[in-house]
Design a protein. Structure first.
Length: 253
C-alpha cells in the first residue's frame, strides 16, 4: 500500500502515490554497505546485529527530526523558542546534534519558510516529505534534506532532494494528505504558496562525531540528478510497480 494518499481540496477521491525512498530503494547498495554489514555481524557475533543497529539509528533520526520540526515551526511563527523547555526531554546526544543544527542556522539561514510538508508531483505520480525550506542570507530559497548519519554516500540523497524541489514548484493551494507508515497514520490539510526553489542541499548531522556538513547540490548537476531519478521512476512503473489507485500511474505501467 502506498505511503501517501493525496487530493486537492475540493476533489472527491484521494489518489495514491509511491515515495522517493521506495524508488531509490531499487538501487544496489554497493560494496561498502555489504562490507559494513559483514564486519558488524562478525564483530558482534550476531547475524542480526546490522538490523539492530539500523533500527536504533532510525529511532535517533526520527527523534531528532521531530525536535528540528518543532523548533522550525516555532521560528516560522516568529516566536522565541524556550530552549530549556524544548530540550528538556532529550538525551545529551540529541542535544549535541541539535547544537550543530543551530550552528548551521546561524551561518546559513535568514528565515525558515516550511518544515516537514508533503510534496507531490501529480504528473510523475510520486510524493514525499521535504524536511525544510529556508531563505538564505543571499535571499535565495533552498529546499534542504536533513540526514542523521555518519556520512553521505552515493547520489541517492541528492536525487531525492532534486525530486522534492521539482515537486514543490508544481504545487499551490490546499491539499489533503493521508499518511501511513510504521504505525503512524494521520490526515491533515496543508496550504502551499507558489514557490521557486533556487537550489537544493543536504544537511548531514553526524551522529557520532558531533559535527555537520551543509552540502548544496551543484547547479550543473541538478538536471542530471533529476533525470536519473525519473529513469528509476519509469523502471518502477514498468517493471516493479505495486497496484496504485492512480490513473496516471497505471498509464506508466
Amino acid at each position: 500500500m502506498a505511503r501517501y494518499e493525496i487530493k486537492r481540496k475540493g476533489e472527491k477521491e484521494f489518489t495514491q502515490y509511491t515515495s522517493p525512498s521506495e524508488i531509490l530503494g531499487q538501487l544496489e547498495k554497493g560494496f561498502h554497505f555489504y562490507n559494513w554489514i559483514a564486519e558488524l555481524c562478525v564483530k558482534e557475533n550476531d547475524k542480526t546485529a546490522w538490523t539492530k543497529k539500523r533500527d536504533a539509528t532510525a529511532d535517533i533520526g526520527l527523534e531528532f527530526h521531530g525536535l528540528v520540526e518543532t523548533y522550525i515551526n516555532i521560528k516560522i511563527k516568529e516566536q522565541m523558542p524556550d530552549m530549556r523547555m524544548l530540550l528538556k526531554d532529550y538525551n545529551v546526544n540529541i542535544k549535541q546534534m541539535f547544537y550543530q543544527f543551530l550552528l548551521f542556522e546561524k551561518n546559513n539561514v535568514k528565515k525558515f519558510l516550511e518544515s516537514e510538508k508533503p510534496v507531490v508531483h501529480e504528473e510523475l505520480c510520486c510524493a514525499g516529505t521535504a524536511d525544510f525550506v529556508f531563505l538564505d542570507k543571499e535571499n535565495k530559497i533552498c529546499l534542504c534534506d536533513l540526514k542523521t548519519k555518519n556520512g553521505i554516500y552515493g547520489k541517492e540523497p541528492a536525487m531525492q532532494v532534486s525530486f522534492y524541489a521539482s515537486a514543490r514548484t508544481t504545487m499551490s493551494g490546499d491539499y489533503e494528505v493521508k499518511f501511513k507508515q510504521d504505525g503512524q497514520s494521520w490526515v491533515k490539510t496543508f496550504s502551499y504558496e507558489p514557490m521557486f526553489i533556487h537550489y537544493t542541499a543536504i544537511l548531514c548531522i553526524y551522529r557520532d562525531f558531533f559535527n555537520m556538513d551543509f552540502i548544496p547540490v551543484k547547479e550543473k548537476d541538478a538536471p542530471y540528478l533529476l533525470q536519473g531519478f525519473l529513469r528509476l521512476l519509469d523502471y518502477f512503473y514498468i517493471i516493479s510497480a505495486r497496484k496504485l489507485n492512480n490513473k496516471r500511474a497505471k498509464k506508466r505501467q
